[in-house]
Each structure stands twice: as structure tokens, then as C-alpha cells.
Write a protein that binds this ligand. Structure first.
Ligand code: GLY
Length: 582
């Protein structure tokens, strides 16, 4: 209710002028755009005809090959998505879901929602234990953890509506990689060591794929063959998405679920539909910003935070200054507080998108930001601390020579999802049901507190933070970006935009710059290493609870110059990723 009152405040003229507004400004400073020539420290990859940025070098190469074969950016994105299901099983998937944002060369922007859906037998309290507490084992590592997967339907819809090449041509490289084997890279070897033990080892189907006969996981440089996955991919290539939703793969998934207490059945799979939605849009210092609408919270809150920031002269404050970080952290708190109250599946609840993304509401929040004093999160709304954090999901960006642009963020949720491979399909199942509010008011795996709007309901899609985003300058695609990172996706993408626009960084510098994040609850300003100790001291004096924690995000971004030259950068925080083109 407190949120409701606050959201309503912006319409009240009485509120104007009630706050001493230190950030008020006349004309903001906006530095010239940098594309990364000259004396910059980090330099983007530069190409002319097409570019792919993804977390995996092999998958990037698959996308570049499709572009060279005459495919457009949507074709290349679908091929990359299928390839990642083989090469990056931590998050690449057929058994998960996600979002695709497309901007065509003609300037049409659209969003494809292929988020997982709760099965028909799902119920509000299904993740509570006997004492009525949220049981994260059920929502993360049991067969109940999986929503009905959306990836195969989403890629088919994108291919049908916006692609140019036949789907089977886009799946062919993934089939070859699964059948002939991939050389395990450092990233996969590390994640099998660290996370595999927790989630894969206890499931015989999964162990048989990712572990060797001697019971140890595959190591860097060893060959990983995924014959069952190759067969599933062949079925989809031959029969289209029906093979997955109505055919032999649906049978494998339903059988696996029935045998071990999961809920997804054949009817759930047959009823799944990817949905084309209107992106959330906003403006920021003369740029147009397009991002993912609900059931993602990403687009709304990126636009909301940018609207608040527009009331401050960040460029003048300077990158890494305590003032700029204070303003951004405070703005983030308000946005994440609203997220917990208002966001959910738009097919089930009324999400107040226009109100949340209005400039007037943002101004009313900006007026409450004190440059010298952090507002305690408990003053905004009480909550609990997060015990655990994860950083999975994956993003890739593609731009082709015609000027079509695609940003895709998709996931199994946490690394390797639930860890359960469905029967003989070779397909890892997601644990996306954890993104629902198991018990409204209790944090999920990312420490995010959700409300009634995001409670479990049959056929509902869980709230997400995934934020594939496209920024447009002078009517043309300018920046294509996105990131994994759970709750930190929103602030990571936000910082890509602010670093590029307010701080004049080229795309490689914007990707490399240290990041920070506040999500309202816990009341903690999470910072990466790399900020000045003086800045951190000043922030602490302002009342921020600063904590230096591991790196956040793995952006894969492409910027387009005024003459169409492509400038791309993979996040230096990630190993084995690649931005390439021709
Ligand atoms: N599973 C993380 C997200 O969708 O935000």
C-alpha cells in the first residue's frame, strides 16, 4: 500500500517543491559519443558487414557463418541460441526460456516472450514446506522447479516472422556440435567442477552426459559428445517445434516429470505459446530506449531509473564519483521497491507500465534523492536479507549488414537449471519456477522480494529481470546490449547505457568499467573492485552500506556508428566469449 501511495504521489501537484532537491540542474552536460579510436584504454572489435557477440566463441562463429551465408540478424541469433544449448549448457538451452528483442532495418521494434510457463497443476503454495516456509530445494533442484520451456517455440516464432533462412539450416551447426563433440572450454570445465557436483551428479541422465565413466567431470580440452541432444535437435530440425511440444521430446519430458513428481504433462507442453509483445520504450537525453516488457521487469525499471537519472547531471559529477554513484544507487532502490509490488505476468495482472515509466513519476522520485544522505531501504519498505547469490543466464547480440539488430537473453535460471535431463532427450530442464514469489515477501535465489503479483498460478510466467535492450540514436540502432546476472541484469544494462551516453565511453570501455548495484533489499550497495577507496568512504559517510563483492554481469554488446560501422565488445569479466564479424 505504501508503494501505491507513492506511485500516486506524482500526480499530486502539492508534492512539487516539497523536497529540497539538490540534484536540480539547468542544461545537462552530454559528452560526444565515443566509438573507440585514439587514446582509449579498451578497444572494441570493428567490422563492417555483420557482428555477433556471445559468451561462447564457437557459438559466435556459428552466428557469423550464418550471416555470411546470407542470413539476417534474426537467423544468426536463432543459430547462436541453438549452438549455445550445446556449447554452453550452463545457460544455453532448449529446456529453458527467455526474451528476444528485434529492431528491423526499417525501424520496427518488437519483443518475443518465450519465458517458461507454470504448468496447469502448479499452485500458489507448492514451494512451501510443512511449516509454511519457502523451500528453495523444491523450487531450485526438484522436478517441480521447471516451468514449461519456451526456447524452441520462441526461436520458431522469430524465424517464421522475421527470419529468412529455413529453421533446419539454423539448427544444423548445433546438431554437428552435439554429435561430433565440443572441446570443453575453461568456463564449462570450471562450472562443472563448481556447480555440477551440486546439481548434475545426483541425476543419472545428467551424470551420464557431463561426467566421464570414472565419475569425474569433463576437463578443459577434453571432448564432450552429446548424442541424445543431437538426436533431439535433429527431430526439431526435421519436424519443427511440434517435435518438442507435441512429439517424442514432449513424451520424454512428461515421462520424466511423471516418474519423479514433476508437474509438466503433455497437455502443458502442447498448450505452450511464445508471445510477441510491444517493447517497453522510453527516452534518455535524446536517445530512444527499447527493452523487454513484462513478464520481465527489466525494461520498465531501466526506463524508470533512466528517467530519474535524467534529472541529474551525471556527466558533470563524473564516472565513479560518489555523487553519481549515490544518485544511481538511490534511484535503483526506488525502482526495485516498485518491482516487488507491481510486476508480474501481464496476462494475469495489470502492470502499471505507463505510470512507472512516466517522466512525472520519475521526477517525483528524483526530488526525494538526497545527494548527501542515503535513504535506508527500511524507510521504503521492510524486507529480509538474501542468503545466496547466483550469476547465470546468458546474453547475445547480433547486428547484420542491413541494419537489423537482435538482442537475446535466455536461461535455465541458475547454472545447469534444475540439473535434471529429461529422459533420453539430452535436454537439461530449467528451474525458473524459483523466479515466482514462493511466499510473497520472502527473497528468491537472487535475494529479490516479490509480491502477490508474482505468486505462482497455473499458466503464469514468472517475473524476470532479463533485459535485452536496444538504444536508438537519430532513428537508427545505436547500441544493442544485455547481460546475465539475475537481479543485477537491470543495473548492469543500465550502466552500459549511462557509461556510453553520460560518460562518453566507447562500447569496450563501457563494458570494462567497474559496476555497482543496489536492489533496495538487502540494503547494500554492492560494488566491484576498481572504485577508488576515497569514493567508497564518501559513500559510506552518506549512509550507503558498501560491500565489495565479485564481478557482476557478462555483457555482449554492439554499437553502430553513424556510417554503419559495427563496434562490439564482449565483457572482459567472462572467459571464452567472443565478439566477431566480417
Ligand atoms: N532467471 C533470472 C531472470 O529471469 O531474471
Amino acid at each position: 500500500m505504501a508503494r501505491m501511495v507513492r506511485l500516486a504521489q506524482f500526480v499530486s501537484p502539492l508534492m512539487a517543491g516539497l523536497f529540497f532537491w539538490q540534484g536540480a540542474m539547468a542544461a545537462p552536460t552530454v559528452p560526444p559519443v565515443s566509438y573507440g579510436v585514439g587514446a582509449d584504454t579498451f578497444h572494441p572489435v570493428t567490422e563492417q558487414h555483420g557482428m555477433v557477440a556471445s559468451v561462447d566463441a564457437t557459438a559466435t562463429q556459428v552466428g557469423v557463418d550464418i550471416l555470411k551465408q546470407g542470413g539476417n540478424a534474426v537467423d544468426a541469433a536463432v543459430a547462436v541460441g541453438y549452438a549455445l544449448a550445446v556449447t554452453h549448457p550452463q545457460a544455453g538451452n532448449l529446456g529453458g526460456g527467455g526474451f528476444m528483442l528485434i529492431r528491423t532495418a526499417a525501424g520496427h521494434t518488437t519483443a518475443i516472450d518465450f519465458r517458461e510457463m507454470a504448468p496447469t497443476r502448479a499452485s500458489r503454495d507448492m514451494f512451501l514446506d510443512a511449516q509454511g516456509n519457502a523451500d528453495s530445494k523444491k523450487s531450485l533442484t526438484s522436478p517441480l522447479a521447471s516451468g514449461v520451456p519456451g526456447t524452441v517455440a520462441g526461436f520458431a516464432l522469430a524465424n517464421k516472422e522475421y527470419g529468412t533462412l529455413p529453421l533446419r539450416q539454423l539448427i544444423a551447426p548445433a546438431i554437428k556440435l552435439a554429435r561430433d563433440g565440443i572441446v570443453v572450454n575453461e568456463s564449462l570445465a570450471n562450472d562443472l567442477q563448481v556447480y555440477g557436483k551440486e546439481v548434475l551428479l545426483s541425476h543419472p541422465n545428467s551424470k551420464a552426459i557431463f561426467y566421464k565413466a570414472d565419475g569425474t567431470p569433463y576437463l578443459r580440452g577434453e571432448k564432450l559428445v552429446q548424442r541424445n541432444l543431437a538426436h533431439s535437435l535433429e527431430l526439431i530440425a526435421q519436424r519443427g517445434p511440434d517435435a518438442f511440444y507435441k512429439g517424442p521430446i514432449a513424451d520424454q519430458i512428461a515421462k520424466e516429470m511423471a516418474a519423479h513428481g514433476g508437474l509438466i504433462d503433455q497437455a502443458d507442453l502442447a498448450s505452450y505459446k511464445a508471445v510477441e509483445r510491444k517493447p517497453v520504450s522510453g527516452s534518455y537525453r535524446g536517445y530512444e530506449v527499447y527493452s523487454m516488457p513484462p513478464p520481465s521487469s527489466g525494461g520498465i525499471h531501466i526506463v524508470q531509473i533512466l528517467n530519474i537519472l535524467e534529472n541529474f547531471d551525471l556527466a558533470k559529477m563524473g564516472f565513479g564519483s560518489a555523487d553519481a554513484m549515490q544518485v544511481m544507487a538511490e534511484a535503483e532502490k526506488y525502482a526495485y521497491a516498485d518491482r516487488s509490488e507491481y510486476l508480474g505476468d501481464p496476462d494475469f495482472i495489470q502492470v502499471p507500465t505507463s505510470a512507472l515509466t512516466s517522466k512525472a513519476y520519475a521526477k517525483s522520485l528524483a526530488q526525494q534523492i538526497d545527494l548527501n544522505k542515503a535513504r535506508p531501504s527500511t524507510d521504503i519498505k521492510p524486507g529480509k536479507l538474501a542468503p545466496y547469490e547466483s550469476n547465470q543466464t546468458t546474453h547475445f547480440s547480433v547486428v547484420d549488414g542491413q541494419g537489423n539488430a537482435v538482442a537475446v537473453t535466455y536461461t535455465l535460471n541458475t547454472n545447469f537449471g534444475s540439473g535434471i535431463v529429461a529422459g533420453d532427450s539430452g535436454i537439461l530442464m530449467n528451474n525458473e519456477m524459483d523466479d515466482f514469489s514462493a511466499k510473497p515477501g520472502t527473497p528468491n535465489v537472487y535475494g529479490l522480494v516479490g509480491g502477490e503479483a508474482n505468486a505462482v498460478q497455473p499458466y503464469k510466467r514468472p517475473l524476470s529481470s532479463m533485459s535485452p535492450t536496444i538504444v536508438v540514436k537519430d532513428g537508427k540502432t545505436w547500441l544493442v546490449t544485455g547481460s546475465p546476472g539475475g537481479s543485477r541484469i537491470i543495473t548492469t544494462v543500465l550502466q552500459m547505457i549511462v557509461n556510453s551516453i553520460d560518460f562518453g565511453m566507447n562500447v569496450a570501455e563501457a563494458s570494462a568499467a567497474p559496476r555497482f548495484h543496489h536492489q533496495w533489499l538487502p540494503d547494500q550497495l554492492r560494488v566491484e573492485k576498481g572504485f577508488s577507496p576515497d569514493t567508497l568512504k564518501l559513500l559510506t559517510m552518506k549512509g550507503q552500506h558498501v560491500k565489495v563483492l565479485p564481478a557482476m554481469g557478462s555483457t555482449q554488446s554492439i554499437m553502430v556508428g553513424p556510417d554503419g560501422t559495427l563496434y562490439g565488445a564482449s565483457d572482459p569479466r567472462t572467459i571464452d566469449d567472443l565478439t566477431a564479424g566480417y
